[in-house]
Design a protein around this ligand. Structure first.
Ligand SMILES: C[S@@+](CC[C@H](N)C(=O)[O-])C[C@H]1O[C@@H](n2cnc3c(N)ncnc32)[C@H](O)[C@@H]1O
Length: 243
């Protein structure tokens, strides 16, 4: 397919994602990422699984030490499940962004309720592709579900270009089991209640980071029956300065 046509398709799909997360998707995910009782069993289960991913990422950030000296980028921050506790931990500066204005407004509202220092926590409505700048650590949790393999690898390369030292990403890994589940899901008729969801081959994600001079430092698979997410920390290989 011609490159222009592919670009056009990407734009259409991205517009669908933005519209979903500004409307029905915002309502659904805002409830999942909260302590609302208004969730079904599957949503409750996703909440539990996602919290494991957030907790692990925060633990890894804490273990690295000295977050107060560091700058962070939370790309596709949703309602702030990661950036808000990170700010409460005393992170130096955080740039939190999301394609959805509704998500950003809710993150901002939650930050105000928590009384966080807003001079160190900045919010932007932006898609991942448009992000610019340089940050000690870039984090992107559970956003790649909206990216097919090649686009996700391209995005890893883009996020690496923003990260001075570390990149932490999570995504739904491709497994035969998930592929079968997805296949079964597609057999059911009726309109989709979500946006398109992609599982990704881990080796492609790692290769993309390696190409940018980042090496895999650690990884963990978090799962709950309706949630699968592979969390990976990459570190930049800094050339040693020998005299
Ligand atoms: C499943 S939520 C995860 C949110 C957050 N990272 C977390 O773990 O709590 C996915 C988020 O990605 C955002 N998103 C999807 N595609 C995006 C894109 N191209 N650029 C920026 N954000 C995007 C959605 O608006 C949504 O808030």
């Amino acid at each position: 397919m011609a490159t222009e046509k592919l670009k056009e398709l990407k734009q259409v799909e991205k517009a669908e994602v933005a519209s979903y997360f500004n409307g029905m998707g915002f309502d659904r995910w805002n409830r999942i990422y909260s302590d609302s009782e208004d969730v079904n069993n599957v949503q409750r289960n996703i909440r539990i699984g996602h919290q494991k991913t957030v907790d692990d990422a925060l633990l890894w950030l804490k273990e690295f030490g000295g977050v107060s000296e560091m700058s962070f980028c939370d790309a596709g921050c949703g309602v702030g499940s990661l950036c808000l506790p990170l700010a409460a931990m005393g992170a130096g500066t955080i740039a939190a962004s999301d394609i959805s204005q509704s998500m950003i407004s809710e993150t901002q509202r939650r930050a105000e309720v928590l009384g966080l220092d807003l001079s160190r926590l900045k919010f932007f409505t932006s898609d991942l592709e448009s992000l610019q700048g340089s940050f000690h650590t870039v984090i992107c949790l559970d956003v790649f579900i909206h990216y097919p393999q090649k686009a996700a690898e391209e995005m890893v390369r883009h996020l690496c270009s923003l990260a001075e030292d570390r990149l932490i990403v999570s995504f739904a890994p491709y497994t035969l089991f998930l592929a079968i589940l997805k296949g079964i899901g597609q057999l059911f008729p009726g309109p989709s209640k979500t946006t398109r969801a992609y599982t990704l081959r881990e080796e492609g994600i790692i290769r993309a980071a390696n190409d940018c001079g980042f090496e895999l430092c650690r990884s963990k698979l978090n799962q709950a029956p309706f949630y699968f997410s592979k969390l990976i920390e990459f570190r930049k290989i800094h050339s040693s300065k020998t005299l």
